[in-house]
Design a protein around this ligand. Sequence first.
Ligand code: MSP
Length: 479
Amino acid sequence: MPKPFYITTPIYYINDVPHIGHAYTSIAVDMIARFHKIAGREVFFLTGTDEHGNKVAEVAAASGMSEIDYCDKIVVSFQNVLKKLDIENDYFIRTTSERHKKAVWKILDAMRLAKTDDGQDVVYSADYEGLYCTGCEKFITEKELVDGLCPDHKVKPEALKEKNYFFRLSAFLPKIKALIESNELLILPEERKREVLGLINQDIPDFSLSRERVKWGVPLSFDKEQVAYVWVDALSNYISAIGYGDDEATFNKWWTDGEVVHLMAKDILKFHTLFWPAMLLAAGVKLPKTMFIHGFFTVDGEKMSKTLGNTIDPNAIVEQFGIDGARYLLLTQFPFGIDGDVQAKRFVTKYNSDLANDLGNLVSRVAKMMIVNFDGKIPKPSSSTKEITEIMERTEPLPNTIYAHIKHFRLSKAIDEAIDLIRFTNKYFNDKAPWKLVKEGKLEEAGGILYACAEVIRIVSIVLFPIMPNKMREIRNVF
Ligand code: MSP
């Protein structure tokens, strides 16, 4: 029996409504989860929202709401997008939930008791020194400054100190490096693995586990003046959601005995590949098996941003192309795993060529001919042409080939292979013109062609089900 399969998206920040960047990862994970499910595996798919931190507090204040009221309002738009895109997540974690808080306390306690190999405390308190903007009410980094000024408030930040609890990251880096090098912790694609190993070779400072000046967060159980650092809070979602704080049996099933896979884009690589494994090692919790880091996309060549006004609302794509159209188009814009560009103007042509012309046409013409000429029954197979043999030879291994692609996160390749076969078959159908054969009384020959086409449609309706569940269900109903 394969291990239970536990797969996650990052939890999304809710200082704004969701955009297609969030939808992209959620659709990808949904596709992978559904594929494993139809292959007979037990699957748990987690997504959710990251609701703490200064930014959320700021936008809540700006809209005259309490932090939690603001979160309760915006979280609905994230949950609605999931429904709208037919994402089948098994659980939705919110970092403001009581259950999540309990898990954060538990992992913090475990880390606080932990010692490094040379007997030092993993967690220690020290002063954090940094540049603080009183307008933003937060520390900002040198990199964020524009001409030495806070870009939002145009003032010079003050050098300030506050007490923080720190995590002794340096003590864990050699071990993490070895785990990544040996693929025990598998970082994919290879290029991202190299990037992480490169990061480890630079000197990465210990990170804060807590902040004093941030107020909207999980207060530490052992120091009420501090709240948990947003990344410690956020990363813990992967275990809080399956019972780390409150349901040991479920936690063991999915985490300890399961195969754990995290998906994300490269923007949050460091936190996942270094901070998270270090936290888990310190707390005595098993590490995930795989982290797949997909590409980051721009929209019409520009980074998506509120100020540029080029963020795309996933709801709008669903309105225009339907649920399955939106899922398909978002995932096929560029190869999964590398960076790319999304151009809304390409959606229409892609939709028309792949879905309407190739897939849609083949299905409707084959079904119609079977109804009209074969009493609505599937005619007998034949191998009267070399193309039929080729089609059959390509169709038979398709489920296995495509499942192998999915296991290796080649999502757009998986989709392309199915569509390529459809395109080939559609062209064959056109060239052979079975409707003419029927007129000439060559019913057996026409039937053989239809049979081959129907077999392609049958297999494709299975392998494309994870990306277009509704359309594939419709097609299966027709046949
Ligand atoms: N809250 C943190 C993650 C905490 S996980 C423990 C966060 N949130 S986020 O809202 O900024 O989401 C980032 C993630 O959204 C990316 O890692 C990626 O999965 C997805 N994407 C957001 N914009 C995207 C693109 N333009 N392109 C591809 N993925 C995108 O970081």
